[in-house]
Design a protein around this ligand. Structure first.
Ligand code: B12
Length: 212
């Protein structure tokens, strides 16, 4: 198993060679799915460190872009460990990063885990307007809507999206879960979502509970 503190530090300091080596060693150790989840958590914590350096003015937008690529590459390598276990379809989830927000790494992690758990996942991508959620939910008769957002501003777009689902008469027929850095119980209440999480694996468990 990888030294999670080392991995967190390597991501925080944008040491791509060290990240590459740690992930390579991890994959070579024939890891379990549970171990993969703890590596994902360490990566998320490493990205929070990057965010702190950005806040302090020690990193710049170029560093955020580099960090994004670093983590996306790492996730592409880890994904096969958590993917493709379930063949039985248990429900349909429409997901997207909400309008105004371009961050998609967390959303993509949730997507991979939800698919592995047996959900059909329709991914609307980034910067998704409320109406696009509404149309897709109608088209596929979704059980669940998952909204991702990492900017503080994203919570307003989440609320707009729930309002649009309500206006379209769809809100009562589905569950809504929100994820990303700024979500908490208060945001969840204000947005009108049914659940929130900052952990993709926990999000999947919540969704599984809804379709039982
Ligand atoms: C990488 C990064 C970027 C990359 C993103 C690349 C990409 N493909 O996503 C790029 C360069 C594009 C970027 C741009 C910007 N960024 Co940025 N970025 C980050 C950074 C460092 C990491 C984000 C990340 O990937 N985290 C790792 C993932 C795994 O964590 P996560 O998203 O929380 O996801 C987990 C859970 O939340 C959950 N989850 C997520 N979504 C969902 C959805 C559902 C349904 C469920 C169930 C669960 C779930 O599952 C995931 C795994 O457990 C953060 C710092 C931070 N603390 O997050 C800043 C950060 C988010 N960015 C920030 C800023 C300011 C910007 C810019 C405005 C910078 C600029 N001046 O241009 C732009 C905004 C662009 C826009 N309109 O969106 C600020 C936001 C401040 C705020 N409070 O709003 C942060 C917090 C940095 C900081 N501390 O200042 N950024």
């Amino acid at each position: 198993m990888v030294d999670v503190q080392k991995l967190k530090d390597a991501i925080g300091s944008l040491d791509d060679e060290q990240v590459d080596k740690l992930i390579g060693d991890f994959l070579a150790s024939n890891p379990t799915e549970e171990e993969a989840l703890s590596v994902i958590n360490a990566c998320q914590e490493g990205m929070a460190v990057v965010g702190e350096f950005f806040d302090k003015g020690e990193y710049f937008v170029g560093d955020l872009i580099f960090a994004g690529e670093l983590l996306s590459n790492a996730m592409d390598r880890i994904k096969p460990i958590i993917q493709g276990k379930s063949t039985k379809k248990i429900g349909t989830v429409v997901i997207g990063t909400v309008e105004g927000d371009l961050h998609d790494i967390g959303k993509n992690i949730f997507k991979s885990l939800a698919e592995a758990a047996g959900f059909d996942v329709l991914d609307l991508g980034i910067d998704t307007p409320p109406q696009v959620f509404v149309e897709k939910v109608k088209e596929v008769e979704a059980d669940i809507v998952g909204m991702s957002g990492v900017l503080t501003l994203a919570t307003q777009a989440m609320k707009k999206t729930v309002d649009s689902l309500e206006e379209a008469g769809l809100r009562d027929k589905l569950k809504v879960i929100i994820g990303g850095n700024p979500v908490n119980s208060e945001v969840c209440r204000n947005v009108g979502a049914d659940a929130f999480t900052t952990n993709a694996a926990e999000g999947v468990k919540i969704c599984q509970g809804w379709v039982k």
